[in-house]
Design a protein around this ligand. Structure first.
Ligand code: G3P
Length: 494
């Protein structure tokens, strides 16, 4: 049988495995498993690392079976993952010492608030802002809470990492990560592409805890001692999920942008070899590199996107499946302009208010479930439009290219028409819905020498285009009303 590439996509709500043909990048088999979310306190979000590992092993097995391929057919593995989530484990037993602290977790809000004055130098080095979102504050919390862990970490008995690193340890026995994941920790100097002693001291993280950092396409080691893959299968591509989606959308160079609507919505704009410092509180982050040279992107993160639809479904029981949200929103009365600022876990870029929570404006006795569904979809689209404006201002020019989109909410045509309307620019839905897993597979194929960026660009298929239809005056009025609502939320909580 011809060789295949296996992509592991470990996300916030589920793990997926996808088997690809490395010449056409057609998906041959897919498997998915949800993982349990733990909310031990208000604002805390945790995952059980063993659940993650179990779901990854199981979905790899199932995806290969669905593709009708044997484990020995796998020529290379690619990994992509929810970013910023941290795990600490014992180097001898491989057992985690604590549940994974998830990127959405806000437990370090007080620390970040108290140290706000350090924001500028931290941003200059890391490209990030001092926010509970990033791994360094979470690692610091863990070592502060449990002094025995700090002592063990200093003795070199523990290993830490983002989810890619934990999976790689289990797959290969190596303690490695890639630059895109490292660039989300607040411990990594994005200009030197290296862990930074000043940052490690600041967050109280012993260097002995941290993995070796490699470019996204390369040699991460080979599988060893697994029951679902033979020994010796190389892991050749690793990237955080948003950088993988950027690569999967064939955004390889300056000016190319994508937005992925998953649990959150993440806009990434490739800036080539240049780390552009944002004046509008966007992040500067590492993009996947296939030539070993540093690559960068500007990023805007909206923490709640699909999670808002999930809340309407599971919290308010407004509909049974996420797909029904589109039909429900269609029934909304245009004369009932409800505004929903979906800051359910705080506000990300460009506001960065971790204490913020969701707020609705404009409720009347005539407001219906349909109006709330529409307001939730519009709340996400407004935020992404704000991020694009911020990126345009940072680059000093309004980008004209259509915005490439993917992820769960991008299946919703109504939502994409709204997004195009609020942007005043076309959006194009990727032909292949799974840009994240596809990106990991493409990186692994490049890393294994099976293809290159030029060949990948040539095969990238055109997607479905949604053009804006809202008159410019109406767009401006609607966006102004939204911005007034966000300002009110920010000043209430900040
Ligand atoms: O930064 C968090 C991001 O990587 C999570 O992505 O797709 O799991 O919501 P997702």
């Amino acid at each position: 049988m011809p060789p295949v590439v296996l992509a592991i996509d470990q996300g916030t709500t589920s793990s997926r495995a996808v088997v690809y043909d490395p010449t056409t990048f057609a998906p041959l088999g897919v498997a998915q498993q949800e993982i349990e979310q733990h909310y031990p306190r208000d604002g805390w979000v945790e995952h059980e690392p063993e659940d993650i590992w179990y779901s990854v092993a199981r979905t790899c097995r199932e995806a290969l079976a669905a593709a009708g391929r044997a484990p020995k057919d796998v020529a290379a593995v690619g990994i992509t993952n929810q970013r910023e989530t941290v795990v600490v484990w014992d180097r001898t037993t491989g057992r985690p010492v604590h549940r994974a602290i998830v990127w959405q977790d806000r437990r370090t809000t007080d620390f970040c608030r108290a140290r706000a004055a350090d924001g500028p130098w931290l941003t200059a080095k890391t490209g990030l802002v001092l926010d509970p979102y990033f791994s360094g504050t979470k690692l610091r919390w863990l070592l502060e809470q449990q002094p025995n862990l700090r002592a063990a970490a200093e003795r070199g008995e523990l290993a830490a990492g983002t989810i890619d690193t934990f999976l790689m340890w289990r797959l290969t026995g190596n303690h490695v990560t890639d630059a895109t994941n490292a660039s989300r920790t607040l411990l990594f100097d994005i200009h030197r592409m290296a862990w930074d002693d000043e940052l490690l001291t600041y967050f109280g993280v012993p260097r002995a805890l941290l993995p070796t950092v490699k470019p996204s396409a390369g040699d991460f080691g080979v599988t060893k001692g697994l029951d679902f893959l033979p020994d010796g299968v190389p892991v050749r591509g690793v990237a955080g999920d948003q950088q993988a989606a950027l690569f999967g959308q064939a955004c390889f160079g300056p000016g190319e942008a994508k937005c992925t609507y998953g649990t959150g919505a993440f806009l990434l704009l490739h800036t080539g070899d240049t780390p552009v410092a944002s004046r509008h509180r966007l992040l500067t982050t590492a993009a996947a590199s296939t030539d070993g040279k540093p690559k960068y992107a500007l990023e805007g993160a909206v923490f709640v996107a699909g999670a808002a639809v999930q809340w309407l479904r599971d919290g308010l029981h407004l509909f049974r499946t996420a797909a029904e949200s589109e039909a429900l929103a269609e029934k909304s009365n245009p004369a009932e302009p409800v505004l929903f600022v979906p800051g359910l876990v705080g506000l990300g870029a460009p506001h960065w208010v971790p204490e913020a929570r969701g707020v609705m404006f404009g409720l009347t006795r005539a407001t219906t479930a349909a109006d709330l569904a529409r307001a939730a979809l519009e709340g996400v689209a407004f935020q992404v439009a704000d991020l694009i404006d911020a990126a345009d201002h940072d680059l000093g020019a309004a980008g004209a290219a259509p915005l490439k989109v993917d992820g769960g909410m991008a299946r919703n045509d109504r939502f994409l028409r709204t997004q195009a309307d609020f942007l005043g620019r076309p959006v194009v839905r990727a032909a292949e819905a799974e840009s994240t897993a596809l990106g990991a597979a493409m990186l692994a194929a490049v890393g294994a020498g099976l293809t290159d960026e030029a060949a990948l660009r040539a095969r990238s298929a055109a997607g479905t285009r949604f053009d804006p239809t809202l008159p410019a005056g109406e767009r401006a009025a609607r966006r102004a009303a939204w911005q007034k609502a966000v300002r009110a939320v920010v000043s209430f909580y900040a």
